[in-house]
Design a protein around this ligand. Structure first.
Ligand code: PGA
Length: 249
């Protein structure tokens, strides 16, 4: 039996409200051939201001959708932040947390990311938890100690049911938006290692970092890689869906 593939698109700070409407006008037709494929789960993560057209388009197509961040407090004096109840009114089910751009540009700590993850789980939603090492950390031989710290800080104190609900996304920072992809063996090594550290064979682990049609088959065929978290190539329906088409061959 072939495995289920998760194809998740992280739009980052791209696609305005009207651009999101245009995306779905095109996506609906492009996605039609895959719509009933039980081995594919597509998800799109848009900026907050595009959540309304995203929710409409995604519900019509029957795909998963979500936000790229959230604050852990339910309300209050937190200028510029968005809460979980705010996202729930858009029927958001999934939220990306701990993305390397949040960690490195906006200086989010392991502690804050862990609090956000717990709040999302408590709300019955699914965190898409990102982790990964920088080039400097890899070159200095610290890949696994960095990731162990990142993973343990979020897993600490969770029940096994909660641990299993999280979708994990290994994204080496040096491969994000750089055109440099981890080799399938490098990605598999970390995803397999992560599965052991998490201690649960059933967890879903994605790889992210310059995934596109031309490298998808090799990456997604690896045993411990359940799917892809895609940035740049997710911005257009054709380049996004091409990733799954390439895997299927
Ligand atoms: P990329 O981004 O596919 O553009 O490298 C991946 C990500 O940051 O999730």
């Amino acid at each position: 039996m072939s495995k289920k593939i998760y194809l998740y698109g992280n739009w980052k700070m791209n696609n305005t409200y009207s651009e999101t409407e245009k995306f779905f006008a095109e996506f609906e037709g492009a996605y039609a051939p895959y719509k009933n494929d039980a081995n594919l789960e597509v998800g799109i993560f848009a900026p907050f201001t595009s959540l309304w057209p995203l929710s409409q388009g995604a519900q019509k197509c029957g795909i998963v959708y979500g936000a790229q961040n959230v604050y852990y407090e339910p309300k209050g004096a937190f200028t510029g932040e968005i809460s979980i109840p705010m996202l729930q009114e858009y029927k958001v089910t999934h939220i990306i947390l701990g993305h390397s751009e949040r960690r490195h540009i906006f200086l989010e700590s392991d502690e804050v990311i862990a609090k956000k993850t717990k709040a999302v789980l408590d709300a019955g939603m699914i965190p898409v938890f990102c982790y990964g090492e920088t080039l400097e950390e890899r070159e200095s031989g610290n890949t696994f100690s960095v990731m162990e710290r990142q993973l343990k800080s979020v897993l600490n104190g969770l029940t096994s049911a909660e641990v299993e609900k999280i979708i994990y996304a290994y994204e080496p920072v040096w491969a994000i938006g750089t055109g440099k992809t981890a080799t399938p063996d490098q990605a598999e090594e970390v995803c397999g290692w992560s599965r052991k550290l998490i201690g649960d064979d059933k967890v879903v682990i994605l790889y992210g970092g310059s995934v596109k049609g031309s490298n998808a088959k090799e990456l997604l065929s690896m045993k411990d890689i359940d799917g892809a978290l895609v940035g740049g190539a997710s911005l257009k329906p054709a380049s996004f869906l091409e990733i799954y088409a390439a895997y299927k061959g």
